[in-house]
Design a protein around this ligand. Structure first.
Ligand SMILES: Nc1ncnc2c1ncn2[C@@H]1O[C@H](COP(=O)(O)OP(=O)(O)OP(=O)(O)O)[C@@H](O)[C@H]1O
Ligand SMILES: [Mg+2]
Length: 603
């Protein structure tokens, strides 16, 4: 329950309204408690004296009290509705902003459905909690307290009879809380898992259909849905149990008070009016008491939702710029890797690092091709330059400046990237391209498109304004790849990092792209991951990555002549083991190769 306190910063801006609303609701409830006092006055006064005028007056009072109560409750609802929608929106916006700033390693680790369910169902639950159960926990507690004061004032012996069940009820409620919190958490996590399955199978619908997996997907989904249903039923069962007890026990107490009270009235020690007032006060307290079980359940779920929300919010954002280390030796201009080592944060601590002892110097204006077997760490190396991952050893400098000490925004201006899997967004073609440089004008976009041989966009129905659909799936793999390349070159960055940018193109298009790309590369310092000799030809020099280390650096010809592994990689040999090749294909990259390149990017 303590976790709910963490909501305070979000609730703070609307606190005045929320407190006013609670106050209004307490007022309304207490008005309800005045009704028994009017009844007492009626029974002991006008009814006993057989005065019809007095009875009518009493009835009028009751009517007015009822109307006032209803109006106050309505006012309360009006007070909270709008500000709480604002709280929900603010929390959601914060979550999204935070997600954008979390390191890539976090997103590698977390299932998207878990994040999605936090941003949707959990936040909705919290808004409902703030609107209703929170207020009523306070209001009902206050009503119960005031009610008991009235009960004791009327007849303290009968009051004690009603108070007796409080102790067992409090114990039962705390037991219930503990159990319920476990089940509530399980249910919310299962909703997250379910969301992940839905999301994955919708995004991967081509694979699902292509491999005829829709039945097994549906079965898996059904199993999860069943599991969720069982958890929800467990929740309902717990709630039903506590509810039954909370309703039954006070009812017994009221019965006992009724018997005792009647005896007292018969003995003449208690007025009939007092007994009526006592019993109707007790009955008026029934709903506040009974609702406690339900309110506790919702509060528990909200506490869990808060926990889940802050689990994500508490993860540290990407590190900003580090302080410049005094006395660090200056490095040459261009892009320099100095003893760079890297290990994925979630990797087994005993496993060898993915990259170690990487020393490379790419001179200004030079293009270096990075070649290596699959799983050798090429993509990992390229991801270090825009700091998608932080190096775990050594440093990378751009024109002598350590990238760790740069503001991210500056780093992103200096470096442009195109990844193996060209990801586009559901926006227009033009917007996707200018994502690479927000201030690019029409002419720059045109040039970038022609460098990437992506002139096909001019033939699209609305040209640059054509929507490409979610993830750009309305385009072919090669088209997507060319747009991604255009996005990388549109800002004419000083440093360019291309991870196998031409893999999905036919030989002719590839030749055209290469010819145009050559001009761009002449003006930038670039690293290009290459699998094919034709791409390697774009580069001035080649570095061979093997087993996480740079095995050799030289021109294409030199390496072909001197390095057996390089010669083997470039020969396109279909069979036979690589001479001197140490690391076989990494297990994680194997499945990707069983699907056609285009579909691989749809994962
Ligand atoms: N997010 C990750 N978490 C943990 N390990 C990873 C992660 N991404 C990649 N790896 C591992 O790092 C190693 C290098 O992967 P990387 O993607 O850099 O290879 P690659 O050289 O680009 O291969 P390919 O030619 O197939 O694209 C692989 O063994 C892979 O299993
Ligand atoms: Mg790769």
């Amino acid at each position: 329950m303590r976790s709910l306190l963490r909501l305070w910063p979000y609730v703070r801006p609307v606190r005045v309204r929320l407190f006013t609303a609670a106050f209004v609701a307490i007022l309304a409830s207490c008005l309800g408690l005045v009704i028994p006092l009017v009844l007492k006055w009626m029974v002991d006064g006008p009814v006993a004296d057989r005065d019809p005028g007095g009875v009518w007056l009493g009835a009028l009072y009751l009517l007015l009290l009822g109307i006032a109560e209803a109006l106050l409750f309505g006012f309360r609802r009006w007070l909270v509705a709008r500000p709480l929608a604002g709280v929900e929106a603010a929390m959601r916006a914060d979550l999204f902003r935070h997600l954008q700033r979390l390191p890539v390693a976090f997103h590698d680790r977390w299932a998207s459905g878990q994040l999605l369910s936090r941003g949707t169902t959990d936040l909705m639950l919290l808004r409902m909690f703030l609107a209703f159960p929170l207020t009523f926990l306070v209001v009902n507690t206050a009503t119960i307290l005031v009610g008991f004061v009235l009960l004791f004032a009327q007849d303290w012996t009968l009051g004690l009879v009603l108070l007796a069940p409080a102790v067992p009820l409090i114990i039962l409620c705390s037991l219930f809380e503990t159990k319920y919190s476990v089940v509530a958490r399980r249910a919310q996590d299962q909703v997250g898992d379910l969301t992940t399955v839905v999301e994955e199978s919708v995004l991967g619908i081509r694979i699902v259909k292509g491999f005829g997996r829709h039945r097994s997907q549906a079965r898996a989904f059904k199993a999860m849905a069943h599991r969720l249903r069982d958890t929800e039923l467990g929740k309902a069962r717990l709630l039903a149990g506590i509810w039954a007890l909370i309703t039954a026990i006070p009812e017994l107490a009221i019965g006992a008070a009724l018997v005792l009270g009647t005896i007292q009235v018969a003995d003449g020690t208690l007025s009939a009016g007092t007994l009526v007032a006592f019993l109707s006060t007790a009955l008026a307290l029934r709903w506040p008491v009974e609702s406690i079980g339900f309110l506790l359940a919702v509060s528990q779920e909200s506490a869990t939702a808060t926990d889940r929300y802050f689990e994500v919010m508490d993860v540290a954002e990407e590190r900003g710029a580090a302080a410049v280390r005094e006395g660090a030796p200056a490095t040459a201009p261009g892009m320099v890797f100095e003893g760079v080592a890297f290990r994925y944060p979630d990797a087994d601590p005993d496993s060898p690092p993915v990259l170690s002892g990487i020393d490379l110097h790419i001179r200004p204006g030079e293009t270096l091709a990075l070649v290596g077997g699959t799983g050798s760490g090429k993509t990992t190396l390229t991801a270090l330059v825009p700091r998608l991952h932080e190096v775990t050893g050594g440093r990378i400098t751009l024109d002598g400046e350590d990238i760790a000490t740069m503001e991210r925004s500056r780093l992103r201006e200096l470096v442009s990237v195109a990844f193996e899997e060209p990801t586009l967004f559901s926006a227009t073609v033009g917007e996707n391209v200018t994502m690479g440089a927000a201030d690019a004008d029409e002419a720059q976009v045109r040039r970038a498109l022609s460098v990437a041989q992506a002139d096909f966009v001019h033939e699209l129905p609305q040209g640059l304004d054509t929507e490409v659909g979610e993830q750009g799936l309305s385009l072919s793999g090669g088209q997507r790849q060319r747009l991604a390349l255009a996005r990388a070159v549109v800002g004419e960055p000083r440093f360019l990092v291309l991870d196998d940018p031409l893999s999905a193109l036919d030989v002719h298009t590839e030749t055209l792209v290469e010819a145009a790309l050559r001009q761009v590369l002449a003006r930038t310092t670039a690293v290009v991951v290459a699998h094919r000799p034709s791409t390697v030809m774009l580069a001035d020099r080649v570095a061979l990555l093997s087993g996480g280390r740079i095995a050799a650096v030289g021109t294409h010809q030199e390496l072909l002549r001197d390095n057996a592994e390089y010669a083997w990689l470039m020969s396109g040999a279909e069979s036979g083991p690589a001479p001197g090749r140490k690391s076989p294909a990494a297990p994680t990259s194997a499945p990707a190769e069983q699907v056609p390149a285009e579909e691989g990017s749809a994962r």
